[in-house]
Design a protein around this ligand. Structure first.
Ligand SMILES: Nc1ncnc2c1ncn2[C@@H]1O[C@H](COP(=O)(O)OP(=O)(O)OP(=O)(O)O)[C@@H](O)[C@H]1O
Length: 223
């Protein structure tokens, strides 16, 4: 999956991407890093087709119906119960499938009958993330999936995202966190200077920047 030589100007005429080329590895967790406002979400929107990509240099990406995109925000009414929200998401792929509470991801069992309006911000995000992971798609897009989650739940969520890649699915995600990054099946892409400044494994990034931690390596790449 490749974006080749993509330039993009914002409505206010600022150039966001300047001849950007990015290669996303199938069957891996592709992690898009970059400072606030550099354009990570904008790029995900194009990949997902939320922003029209027809005629643009996006090659090899699945069609929209084969992509699961976790956008920021929770698209359910306050009165919906967690169980109903998950059932609704599963039914996107299998309209007639019944879903019983035993199939509910473990992290949601205690709040299965809670209504969205009664959940915390982090719990709402968790419901969406779990629902996305249950979808049967080829490409999964996550925008800062661990944001707002407590340390333990964030680690569990990252394991589930890694499990998608282990099953051969392609994942593209953005993050500002380095704590729970997967140790295998991972490729980093650093968005800086209006293009992709680095592509490769965490080990390669640390070797190229002569650093001992990924956080230090990233800070050097970005400067
Ligand atoms: N419709 C729009 N009109 C004008 N500017 C926009 C529009 N959409 C996005 N932008 C601008 O594009 C830039 C990139 O935003 P984007 O949300 O893609 O960044 P990001 O890298 O995901 O940031 P963060 O890490 O803070 O989430 C920002 O400067 C934002 O203000």
């Amino acid at each position: 999956m490749r974006i080749q030589d993509f330039s993009y100007q914002l409505p206010d005429d600022r150039i966001l991407f300047d001849h950007l080329t990015a290669d996303f590895e199938p069957g891996k967790v592709n992690i898009l890093l970059g400072v606030n406002g550099v354009g990570k979400t904008t790029l995900l929107d194009f990949i997902a087709g939320v922003s029209e990509r027809k005629g643009l240099p996006f090659k090899g990406f699945p069609e929209m119906s084969r992509i699961a995109y976790q956008m920021q925000g929770a698209p359910f009414t306050g009165s919906a119960k967690v169980m109903e929200a998950i059932q609704m998401m599963v039914n996107l792929d299998q309209p007639t499938a019944d879903f019983d509470s035993n199939q509910l991801p473990e992290s949601l069992r205690e709040i299965a009958n809670s209504r969205f309006r009664d959940l915390s911000g982090g719990q709402r995000r968790l419901v969406i993330l779990e629902g996305i992971c249950l979808l049967q798609r080829d490409l999964y897009l996550f925008d800062e999936p661990e944001s707002g989650l407590d340390v333990k739940v964030a680690a569990q969520m990252m394991s589930q995202i890694t499990a998608l890649a282990d099953k051969g699915k392609t994942v593209i995600m953005t993050t500002h966190q380095f704590r729970n990054l997967p140790e295998r099946n991972v490729q980093l892409l650093v968005l800086a200077g209006k293009c992709i400044a680095f592509t490769g494994t965490p080990a390669k990034l640390m070797a190229e920047t002569n650093t001992q931690s990924l956080e230090d390596a990233y800070l050097k790449t970005d400067s």
